[in-house]
Each structure stands twice: as C-alpha cells, then as structure tokens.
Design a protein around this ligand. Structure first.
Ligand code: SF4
Length: 374
C-alpha cells in the first residue's frame, strides 16, 4: 500500500479519554487532534466512545430511528472515469453495460410510486454522451411521472461533468436541475476530501476544492445535500479527521447538510484492492468508531446514518447503538455496492428495520428525505 491505512494505534489514557468524552457530551467542540485520538483507540475503550456517542445521539435527536422509502435509479453504468474503488462502471462495448432511456426511467418511477416510495435517488456513471441536458431530462422525466416524489439526484462530480460538457458553470447546472425538479443533491463523490488520497483512489474525479465549492453553491441555492465519507481503503485516520473537519466547516457556514453517511469501502471487485493499493475494507472496530466519532465530532449535523448496504444489517444495528439515528433507505433497487461485491443490497423491508429498532428498545419512524416524520 502506498499510504499507511491507519495511524499507530496508541490508544489513550483512560483519564484523558473520559475527559474528552465528557467535553463532547457537554457540547464543547472537539479539536481535530482529539478526534484523531478517538479514532486510534483499539481496546475495550471503543465501547466507552460508542456509549458516549449514543448518549450524544439521544440528546440531539432523541430515541427514534428513522428510515426513508426510497428507490435508486442508476441510469447508466457506462462511465468515462475509472475510479479504483468502483466495481460498477463499464466501458462502451462491455456486455454488462446498460443505459436506461427516458421511457424506462418513467416506468421505473411508476413502479416506485406503486411501492409508496417517497424518494428516488439517481446517481450514475459519467456516460460519454451525457451533458447537462441529459441530467435535466432524467430529473424532469421522474418529476413529471411522480411529482410527489422527492428527487435526490446527482452529486458534485456529475454537476461538474454536466457543466464541462455543456459549457455552463456548475451554478447554472444546479439551477436548471432545480428548475427541473431536483429536490436535493447527493453528497457522494466526496470519498476522502484529501487530494493525496484522491490521487490514488479516483484521480479522474473532481478535486477537494471543487467538491466543496459545488456543495456550497448547492446550499446557497437552497438545495440541501447529504454528506458522506468512503473509508477503509488506503486513507489514514488523519485523512478521515481532515475530511470530517471540512464537512463541519461547511455546515457551520451553510447549514445545508441533512445528514452524514459513513460509507464503508466494499473491496471485493475493485481495482485498488486487486492491485494491492487498498486493504480489504474497514474492520468492525473501525465501522463502529466511524459512526461514534462522527456523532461526537460533527456537532452541527443532527443525523448520522448507518449504511446497511455497506456494513450489513447486524453491524448497522450496532451503529445505531454507537451514535447513529437513521437506517437510510429501503432501496428496492441498488447496483453500485452490488457491483463492488456487496451482498444483500437490494431491499430492506421496514418490518425488518422495525425488528432491528425494537430489539434495541427504540421506535422506528418513516421520514422524508429532509427528515420530516411521516
Ligand atoms: S465511482 Fe462513479 S465516476 Fe468513478 S468510475 Fe464509478 S461510476 Fe464512474
């Protein structure tokens, strides 16, 4: 591996850790070096951090666990990029490549309506023929077919690509997407917001400063976004902390993030794992700490989501005991994590979500994309 995957796990003195957790619970902001210390804990003190994050979660959002009825429409898997962590993208001529036309997108939207879906999420490959109009037409087709459905679409990479292909500014692209029916923007393509890491895992993607600029532009237009991190490949814990710090800074300025979603790296079918540039994903300890430290460090983002698609349902439940309050979406259809080798990605029944929630003594509530309770 070209970068150390974790910083030396030195743990922390029990006293230091207790003081630090107390500080976070009192509402005092943690410094980057304090988050670094939390991430470095390797022994049973992990449970203390998880427990503090759980108490913080209760203070911030109470006991309920939320979820959204959503469905993905990944319009195409053809992509001009070749991100090293991606097992989803295909090149023209590849037998597994696909591209949905507008009638198919409408048909899938109808299907989503019949399932009572309140959110359609569309993020796709960067198709060589796509431009701003392609994204706008996709959004418009969904919006016309299901006007009551919230469209959670695209990410800063797609906005940048659309702008470049159409000779527009990213701000203009966001405006026309919003006019076509975009409800909120996906905060993916963030991966790790450290260019040194991006150079290894996704050299063709936008740089950190462009991701940040487009997110700020979206928030400035009143378009809320999610915030994500993809961890467990070749980043250090210092990189994770830097990433969280950038998100916290943006949220201080705009308040435009609805939630934070840690995405655990699925390694199996990915080029960076196969070539030895990445390790085999995060461990359970790391998954748990990612959720817990996020809850403690991101004092201005109310909702922390567990991604059952990435970590599996059992680990997701533990995340709900370590600071998370949201189970994400039902999904109904998912291709991106499946492409990278994840299993059980297709659908999580709300009845199963309820079983998971009640098992830890907490009620399950359906929400909208923007966290209104239904
Ligand atoms: S992560 Fe997205 S941009 Fe990168 S190769 Fe995969 S589909 Fe393309």
């Amino acid at each position: 591996m070209s970068r150390n995957s974790t910083a030396p796990g030195q743990g922390s003195g029990g006293e230091t850790l207790s003081l630090l957790l107390e500080k976070a619970l009192l509402g005092q902001r943690l410094a980057e070096e304090e988050a670094l210390l939390l991430f470095s804990v390797q022994d049973g003190q992990v449970w203390e951090i998880a427990s503090a994050a759980d108490r913080k979660r209760e203070k911030v959002v109470g006991n309920r666990i939320t979820y959204v009825r959503n469905q993905n429409i990944n319009v195409t898997n053809y992509c001009i990029n070749s991100c090293g962590f991606c097992g989803f993208s295909k090149k023209p001529g590849d037998p597994d490549g696909y591209l949905y036309d507008l009638p198919e997108i409408r048909r899938k939207t109808e299907l989503a309506r019949s399932r009572g879906v309140t959110e359609i999420c569309t993020v796709s490959g960067l198709h060589p023929d796509f431009n701003a109009d392609s994204y706008v037409k996709t959004i418009a087709a969904i919006h016309e077919t299901g006007p009551e459905i919230h469209i959670h679409a695209s990410n800063p990479m797609e906005v940048s690509y659309a702008a470049r292909k159409s000779g527009l500014s990213t701000l203009e692209v966001l405006r026309i997407m919003k006019d076509a029916g975009l409800g909120s923007l996906c905060g993916t393509a963030a991966e790790i917001l450290v260019d040194e890491v991006r150079d290894v895992i996704c050299p063709g993607k936008i740089r950190t400063d462009e991701w940040v600029r487009i997110i700020r532009e979206a928030h400035g237009l009143g378009i809320k976004t999610t915030a994500t991190i993809m961890y467990g490949h070749c980043e250090t814990i210092a990189d994770r902390v830097r990433h969280l710090s950038i998100l916290r800074q943006i949220q201080d300025e705009t308040g435009g993030f609805t939630e934070f979603v840690p995405l655990s790296f699925i390694h199996m079918n990915t080029p960076i794992y196969r070539s030895g540039l990445a390790r085999a994903g995060a461990t359970g300890r790391e998954d748990l700490l990612m959720t817990a430290v996020s809850r403690l460090f991101l004092d201005n983002i109310d909702h922390i989501q567990v991604s059952w698609v990435k970590t599996g349902i059992k680990m997701a439940q533990l995340g709900l005991l370590a600071g998370a309050d949201d189970l994400g979406g039902t999904m109904f259809e998912e291709s991106i994590s499946k492409g990278a080798g994840a299993r059980n990605t297709d659908y999580l029944d709300p009845a199963e979500m309820e079983r998971i929630a009640l098992d830890i003594g907490r009620p399950l509530r359906q929400r909208t994309t923007l966290y209104e309770l239904l």
